[in-house]
Write a protein that binds this ligand. Structure first.
Ligand SMILES: [Mg+2]
Length: 374
């Protein structure tokens, strides 16, 4: 479970503390509050506390409940404290929409590759994961984007499932947290050949084990009202979205007991979801790297990857971009979260209506600069 820990806490606490110490005084107490909030996740040594931490983490990543309950429990100035925390967080992870000039400057002349998470990024988070439909407008924008740049959907879902939502054959799809990657089945550019053969499934030998655990979990979670187990082919999701919060700990404990018998599988946490995956060193970050390599950008300084996501699992991809020193990571979130992303967007609607238009604009600017200087 050590892999999970790196998922939960990043080095941003230090950055916030440092930034607060060199910035204006009003920031200091708020940064401290945020720091405390983030450090809180550090203390887990045995299984029970790990489960409690997963539950705490899940609560923290469920915005409405977190905010309304904290407002209800404390009646002194909490709303303004909240706003201050958001403001100081936004200083270090500004809105992508407000940082236009800088982003355009950084991507000038480079080749854009777009990576997009699905749930909570392209579609709203809904109670029934089978109904997380994307709007027509979003599909149209995606089609436009894919016409201009290589575009990949990177999701924890089963690849076929997410394809049934998106329905665009010209995209790359990385399902099961990147463990099931397939290239476009329809060429983005009819004049060029494409990589139809592209297929990468690094966890294929885990398939029978995942099937087995899926069946056990279906059986064991039957008695918890609202619990839903989703089979994502190379990984599983246990959804807490429709489960009474009082039963979260019991459900998580049930899942942990099953997983105790399968040391080759690990448990991680997402937005109101527990994820079960193989312990192989593969995640959305590795998928991003693999796709960049197969596009021929392995050692290229000429590429500008843009990754947009809302989940803890997207942090692996943000981290890869940070380490490469290339492109930008954009976190979709309304509330302050510890993140490796450089920029933020508030919600999928904002992502759909603005960021894609901006991308098209960027592409126009890129062409414009190429015409001017080459
Ligand atoms: Mg998501």
């Amino acid at each position: 479970m050590t892999n999970h820990e790196s998922n939960v806490v990043g080095p941003d606490v230090m950055l916030i503390a440092l930034a607060a110490s060199i910035s204006n005084t009003p920031l200091i107490p708020n940064a401290a509050v945020l720091g405390e909030l983030l450090l809180h996740h550090h203390h887990h040594h045995h299984d029970t506390s790990k489960i409690n931490n997963l539950i705490d983490s899940m609560r923290a990543s469920s915005p409405t409940r977190t905010r309304s309950s904290s407002l209800a429990n404390n009646n002194n100035n909490n709303a303004s404290d909240n706003q201050d925390t958001i403001n100081s967080w936004m200083l270090y992870h500004p809105s992508a929409l407000n940082m236009f000039d800088q982003i355009v400057y950084n991507m000038k002349g480079k080749k854009i590759v777009t990576f997009l998470d699905y749930d909570g990024t392209l579609s709203p988070i809904v109670a029934d994961p089978d109904k997380a439909f994307m709007t027509k407008k979003m599909r149209g924008t995606l089609k436009d984007i894919a016409r201009h740049f290589p575009t990949a959907i990177v999701t924890g879902r089963c690849r076929d499932k997410v394809y049934s939502f998106v329905k665009l054959a010209e995209l790359y799809y990385a399902g099961s947290h990147g463990m099931d990657i397939k290239g476009p089945t329809k060429s983005r550019n009819p004049n060029k050949g494409n990589d139809k053969a592209l297929l990468c499934q690094p966890a294929s030998k885990f398939l029978p084990m995942i099937e087995e655990v899926y069946k056990i979990l279906l059986e064991k979670t039957k008695c918890v009202p609202g619990a839903k187990v989703e089979n994502n082919k190379f990984c599983l999701s246990v959804h807490f979205r429709c489960v009474d919060e009082k039963c979260w700990a019991a459900l998580a404990e049930q899942v942990r007991l099953v997983l105790n018998e399968y040391p080759k599988l690990k448990l991680t946490q997402g937005r109101k979801v527990l994820e079960i995956r193989p312990t192989i060193k593969w995640d959305k970050g590795k998928a991003l790297q693999f796709l960049l390599e197969s596009l021929g950008y392995e050692n290229s300084n000429d590429v500008f990857p843009i990754y947009i996501g809302d989940d803890r699992t997207d942090e692996d991809a943000f981290k890869v971009l940070r380490n490469r020193g290339q492109g930008i990571g954009i976190l979709v979130s309304r509330v302050p979260k510890d993140t490796e992303a450089s920029y933020t967007l508030k919600d999928p609607v904002e992502a759909s209506s603005k960021i894609f238009l901006l991308l098209l604009l960027f592409n126009f600017i890129r062409k414009y600069f190429l015409v001017l200087f080459i």
